[in-house]
Design a protein around this ligand. Structure first.
Ligand code: TK8
Length: 338
């Protein structure tokens, strides 16, 4: 017997009035969920998990159409579409949101996190939530952070083993000042470009190189146009799942609940999948013929020193309070972990 039937039977036996089960306030909805990477990527797989979960929780009434490969536009174009209400949802880099919510720049701090687990704790903790909630003033609702991952450098010219090797390399960077200045400090010729234009820019040698996690280098097939991969892990990048606030405000509480729950399920899936796949991606890149070198502790230290002044700029941008809050949370996490 189904629970509902049991409940009805019990109510009848007890002679109490039959209560109508709470019917969730869910309408038919079509949700366009845009993302930048190929469908066959960690981003694409997690978008599918999100779509399936929304369908399940809404009895098939809410339909997510996940659209990858930047077919709906670059991260920045999609953000504008969400703000204007022309698109419902997306996932993309927090780095491309800095122009909208400047506090997002904290996540671009070089060498901020030592592990994905540290990042999870800070992103899902009080300061991560505070920053995510600031998007509301700008027409976006941030649901959850996903893992993009630790970024590594690729280029078509030569192995990058020390900070000196950046000199003169034309490197595509994400469209924000922290990334621009970080790579300028290292001596590269940094060129901000949307991700959606990156493959072509590498192929035509408009730029020599770029930096992204192993998973993305593989799923975007950068190995076809890049010979050298230097393992630098210079920064951890989050992705963030966002909703058009205009559209969100018209949803019922039940519908909002469906999206939030499904987003959390997708986040847990995505982080695990991304971590499970990272080592395999590195092995696959070697098989595709990429020459891999690992920046040793000395050159990482040298890089760290060279780009240290960028931290001052980030502190100014996000405010001393947020900067310190993240440092304190990290100190606490590290104390508990040791
Ligand atoms: C995908 C981007 C990508 C990011 C970048 O749209 O731009 O390099 O790492 O993941 O958000």
């Amino acid at each position: 017997m189904k629970l509902k039937t049991l409940f009805l039977a019990a109510a009848l036996v007890a002679g109490s009035p039959v209560l109508t089960a709470h019917a969730a306030d869910i309408q038919s909805r079509l949700i366009r969920f845009g993302y930048g990477l190929n469908q066959d990527s960690n981003q694409g797989r997690a978008a599918k998990v999100f779509a399936d979960e929304v369908a399940k929780l809404s009895d098939g009434k809410m339909k997510v159409r996940a659209i990858g490969a930047a077919a709906l536009g670059s991260d920045i174009q999609m953000q504008q579409a969400l703000i204007g209400g022309a698109q419902e949802m997306m996932v993309g880099s927090t780095a491309t949101l800095v122009g909208i919510t400047k506090e997002m720049a904290i996540w671009d701090t070089p060498f901020l996190f030592n592990s994905g687990e540290e990042a999870d704790k800070v992103l899902d903790g009080p300061t991560g939530t505070l920053i995510k909630d600031k998007l509301k003033d700008k027409g976006l609702v941030g649901l959850v952070y996903w893992e993009n991952g630790f970024r590594n450098l690729t280029n078509s010219r030569h192995p990058v083993a020390t900070a000196d090797d950046f000199s003169g390399l034309k490197l595509r960077v994400m469209q924000n000042n922290v990334f621009l200045e970080t790579f300028q400090k290292l001596g590269a010729n940094a060129i901000p470009l949307p991700f959606s234009e990156l493959f072509t820019a590498l192929e035509t040698k408009t730029v020599d190189g770029q930096e992204n996690p192993f998973n993305t280098i593989l799923s975007s097939k950068f190995y076809e146009v890049q010979k050298y991969l230097s393992v630098t892990n210079h920064v951890y990048s989050p992705w963030i799942v966002t909703v058009s606030k205009r559209w969100w405000d018209g949803l019922s509480a039940d519908e909002q609940d469906v999206l939030m729950k499904a987003a959390e399920t997708s986040r847990d899936y995505e982080r695990k999948d991304t971590r499970d796949e990272a080592d395999k991606a590195l092995a696959a890149l070697k098989e595709h013929g990429m020459e891999v070198n690992v920046a040793g502790p000395d050159s990482v230290e040298q890089m760290r020193k060279t780009i240290a002044p960028v931290n001052e700029q980030i502190k100014k941008e996000v405010g001393a309070e947020i900067w310190q809050a993240v440092q304190d949370e990290l100190a606490e996490i590290r104390k508990q972990g040791s």
